[in-house]
Design a protein around this ligand. Sequence first.
Ligand SMILES: Cc1ncc(COP(=O)(O)O)c(C=O)c1O
Length: 407
Amino acid sequence: MKFIPRQNTFHFRGEFKLILQTILSGDWKYGKALSELEKKFAEYIGCKYAILVPSLTFGMEQILKLLLDKGDEVICPAFNYYSIPLAILSAKAKPVFADVNYKTFNINAEEIENKLTDKTKAIIVLHFGGQVADLNSILKIAKRHNLFVISDCAHACGAEYNEKKLGAIEEAACFSFGTGKNLDGFGGGIVTTNNDFLAGNIREAVNSLCCWPSLKELIIKIGRAYIQWLLMKPIFFHLLTLPLIWISSAIHRETDILYEIANLGSKKIPSNLSAKERIRFSNLQAKVVLEHLKSLDIRNEKVINNAHFLSKQLSSLDNVGLPVELPETKSVFLLYPIKVKDKWNLSFKLLKQGIDTRRKYFDVPADTCCPIAEKLAQETLYLPVYAELEKDDIIRIAETIRRILSE
Ligand SMILES: Cc1ncc(COP(=O)(O)O)c(C=O)c1O
């Protein structure tokens, strides 16, 4: 039986050679690729400035520090990655969680209105899984109340609203080059903006960082990414990953061991970025991201086609909630989330049929009192739609789900 792993991180042909050559030539720390990537990325997004930063979280923290005063409130979605509240707290502001829309997973415009106070200064919008949020309503609210809108585009590189790329429309946006993102640079991130003040000051903040990664640190980051990649390749998947998922699910059905190992979405939110999160983005990483950028649109299109095809195949199932794309938006489906009543049962049975799914992505931060976000965390299962999957694989995923749900 052919197994379908949950993800396939992309590495281009010749990537390893490029990494080795860069290390041997000695320009792995600082070099021309850094400014070239900033230029190419700004062109790609269609914005005035793109500034490389140590991580998305660092970029978000800097934007908030520059735009807000101590104690200002920032409205953000309750269904989110812990780095959003971390960046807000680190900028000495207060995160205010708004519940999300059940259909889109994204921050609900009405909920934003309910959370507004005199201290509200900004709204952070996360485009979950690459599905574009209701920017139309959010930008209108922001205009009415004089608020900044900042996008977390960790999942949404290449996504569009009104035929413009996300990152070109908002006050600022942050992208991540972490492992598994649409642009994988073994970590790091980039801020996009049209605002001269923000761009100048973020660049100054980055330039004042004294820490570059050591070669050992870089090699560890690269090694980790390649191990993640290898764990999804047939031989390692069969020998290591599958038994691990299998045994852990057999012991405790409601668990996702790979999620627990990666410790994504930790419920404990620190109040400051660590020193590790302030290490500069290197020339070697920029070289790799530049290459990934060349094929980004082609890979995004393949994923979008797979996602649309899967939606079509599953559309007749009443008991499955499918991803929703709002009008005037182009989503990129870094994740393909479905909602089902007993996702643990479905995922276990899918695994028996050779289809691995991601069962968890975010935990909702404690005490947010946002029932929709809690419900989504319970019900959401993430199906594979990555670019390397063929039509037959998608048909097999859909048919297997149909069969299991009709048992
Ligand atoms: C939605 C979201 N926001 C932010 C981040 C953090 O990105 P970084 O590690 O570049 O700070 C992630 C990382 O996975 C994420 O998934």
